[in-house]
Design a protein around this ligand. Structure first.
Ligand code: SF4
Length: 411
């Protein structure tokens, strides 16, 4: 008997939404899914499997073990087998002293690649329905290879698409079940070879497409059919050279054209940006804020919203940028001061207060200590065992505050 423990934080916005990965794991392992704060009779189970989607969720393994009187150290435990899998676990052996098996890759995989990751040679995942919403997987991996992207280089594997006929069949079944909303699982929805057919089907059958994240390269195909929505695009840097050096092959001219094209159909754009990419020129970022503000003012027939989220560059193992320098927070803070002033100057934020992390609506990225903690988890190995099983007996939420980060880093 296997029990599947979801380590998603209690306060995650994704609580209640469909996690296709864990649903697939549950079917494959024939396992019941429980959240990590559950207390139950574990004698019924011979294996406990933990799903770890994000590295900080590693901290939620230990509270489950503690609450259920399960010995955390593999060497001292004999009655129960522990497995962990998910994108939050790297292959540095961080759980080697705790888990009997660390499963890398896709649980429905039928082949194992040279790095030990399980991969499915064809994508045949079922659709999942919950609360009048369905998730239908379209692709795995990404056909682009941005040099900083851990998903593309490590977790996603080779780019694969689900067969068109299977996608159409699954959508038809969703419709028969009265489903009005579908989230198509893909790192790049616009890049799916049959995206136009998928969108036509949804339009004809009044099915609302929940996806709004797009890769700029494929924006033209998807945007006209996603009309009136607010789209989200990964621009990463407003400096053309940095973008292209990082493998995001979009020139300033192309970016400008895509934005103009999007604004014919959509009511706004959320730009995802990465602070700290090698060699970035932030003067270009301020100039783009000015340019976008002019575009917004020129559109008088519709209210246009632009939003900007900055995350910190995370040089990840297995990517071409793994050896690049981590974020220098002194420089980041100098940048953020000017960025915040520019947001006000060009009319994106109206607050009289200084904009900083606490009132940035989560759009300035992690603070220094939380970033250090994350990078420690990403690069760390068995030397972190003791800290993993003792620092947070009550687990963690989605964000880690300075006090918590310090507790982990300094003990
Ligand atoms: S397009 Fe997105 S998912 Fe694909 S490699 Fe680039 S950042 Fe990663």
């Amino acid at each position: 008997m296997v029990l599947l423990v979801d380590t998603l934080p209690r306060n995650s916005r994704n609580q209640g939404s469909i996690n296709l990965g864990i649903e697939i794991a549950s079917k494959k392992l024939d396992a019941k899914i429980v959240p990590w704060w559950t207390k139950l009779d574990c004698n019924e189970y011979d294996t406990i499997a933990f799903n770890v989607f994000y590295p900080t969720q590693l901290f939620n393994i230990w509270p489950f073990l503690y609450r259920n009187n399960i010995e955390p150290l593999k060497s001292k435990r004999s009655n129960i087998r522990l497995i962990a899998g998910g994108q939050g676990i790297g292959n540095n052996g961080i759980l080697n002293e705790i888990c009997d098996e660390v499963f890398l890759g896709e649980i429905d995989g039928d082949i194992v690649d040279s790095k030990g990751f399980h991969r499915a040679s064809t994508i045949e995942s079922p659709y999942v329905i919950k609360n009048n919403k369905a998730v239908v997987e379209l692709t795995r991996g990404c056909k682009y290879r941005c040099k900083f992207c851990e998903y593309s280089w490590v977790h996603g594997g080779k780019y694969r698409e689900k067969e068109y006929d299977l996608v159409m069949q699954q959508m038809a079944e969703c419709k028969r079940n009265g489903i009005g909303n579908i989230n198509f699982l893909s790192a790049n929805f616009g890049g799916y070879s049959h995206v136009s057919d998928v969108m036509d089907f949804c339009l004809k059958n009044r099915i609302h497409i929940l996806n709004s994240d797009l890769c700029l390269k494929d924006a033209y195909k998807a945007i006209p059919l996603l009309r009136k929505t607010f789209i989200k695009v990964g621009v990463e840097s407003f400096d053309e050279k940095t973008r292209i050096d990082a493998g995001k092959q979009i020139s300033d001219l192309e970016l400008d054209e895509i934005i103009d094209f999007s604004l014919k159909y959509c009511c706004g754009i959320h730009f995802y940006l990465i602070y700290g990419l090698p060699g970035d020129n932030y003067d270009k970022w301020y100039r783009w804020l000015e340019k976008l503000s002019k575009k917004r003012k020129d559109i008088t027939w519709r209210k246009i919203r632009f939003e900007f989220s900055i995350t910190n560059f995370e040089p990840c193992c297995g990517t071409p940028f793994e050896k690049m320098p981590v974020v220098d927070f002194q420089k980041k803070h100098e940048f953020l001061k000017k960025w915040a002033d520019s947001l006000k100057e060009f009319g994106y934020r109206k607050t009289p207060e200084e904009i900083w992390y606490h009132n940035s609506r989560g759009r300035f990225g992690r603070k220094e200590l939380s970033y250090k903690l994350l990078m420690t988890l990403k690069y760390g190995g068995v030397e972190l065992t003791e800290k993993l099983i003792s620092t947070f007996p009550n687990g963690v939420n989605t964000s880690i505050n300075d006090e918590q980060a310090e507790k982990f880093l300094l003990t």
